[in-house]
Ligand binder design. Sequence first.
Ligand code: SOE
Length: 414
Amino acid sequence: PETAPGAAPDAAPDAAPGAGKPPLRVGMVGYAFMGAAHSQGWRTVGHVFDLPRRPVLAALCGRDGAAARSAAERHGWAAVETDWRALVARDDIDLVDICTPGDSHAEIAVAALAAGKHVLCEKPLANTVAEAETMTRAAEEAYGRGQVAMVGFNYRRVPATAFARRLVADGRLGTLRHVRVTYLQDWLADPAFPLTWRLRREHAGSGALGDLGAHIVDLAQYLAGEPLAGVSALTETFVRERPLPGGPSRGLAAGSATGTPGVSTGTVTVDDAAVFTGRFASGALAAFEATRYATGRKNALRIELNGERGSLAFDLERLNELWFHDTTGPGAEAGFRRILVTEPEHPYLDAWWPPGHGLGYEHTFVHQARDLVHAIAAGTRPDPSFADGLQVQRVLAAVEESAEKNSVYTPVAG
Ligand code: SOE
């Protein structure tokens, strides 16, 4: 292990937030887009929320030592490891946070749980149902030993979506009829965008389906309060050959070889887009679309729920707003009304700014860290658990199976 320059010591200075509370020493694997987002969450959470434990950014792990050191310095991690096994073996780590591509989730999570650590794992939980089942079994056993394992569906932690869940659970929509949800991005629209890991099945498991579809399946099920019973799907890979990347990509950026003439190409082995319908056990119907080709749409996760008594609509690109139509008021005054979700009565918001001073994407990771720390301290099952992640994985598998069979209605296994 190496110590990063300017490293935060394990013991908090007296004036530091949470001083005197037991530390929760986090070791994070991966440091790209999600690693940066999770770092932000861990760094900020104790400064905003009153927590039962004090998160410590103890060690960051990445195979490229120089890049990992630079990320550790940028994000405030105290030490660096270059092998996740060494990180998991450290006895000064309480929680392993997995921010790597899906192909390593299962191995790292199972090893970390076996080593007695709590685990936070980025979505989708795994690349296959079999891996997700193994991880869920390991998490259940570990739960019996007081360990907690959470999957990172961060969009449950937008105050507006958490508030929407509360309204649905309080019966404000009555019997649910429709859930309509899209997740639209456009970073693959250029056929010269290189073949990064997200386009290779062996690394990512699937394409837009696992990356974006996993979010909207989870959010739809979370808001509806019930799982999908079956799906009917179409998937497509629009651009099948892409230039090989010339260097590592950061986030969704192309890396260094975009469109370079003469650069050799490779085959895209995942879906570019998935369109599917679904049915909830209650009989409500759902429609889903996940794509990386919706030109002009950057991170457009939109969800609408229609029930007998009312409707809710949310757009991630306007994440401080929730639209609510309530059929129980006077008909002449009915219509969607905008709720600005920035009041202290709204989820998470009593710890933040005065009303009207909105939050952003990064705060979902702060809220995720908050909820996980509370679950760990209370020894309760986290929400969403690995079992929830497995259920989403089963829906994704049913979507792939249905698409292969050319859109035959396919029950979700399990
Ligand atoms: C890429 O499409 C991506 O970064 C996803 O992997 C994230 O889960 C989503 O939050 C934003 O888009």
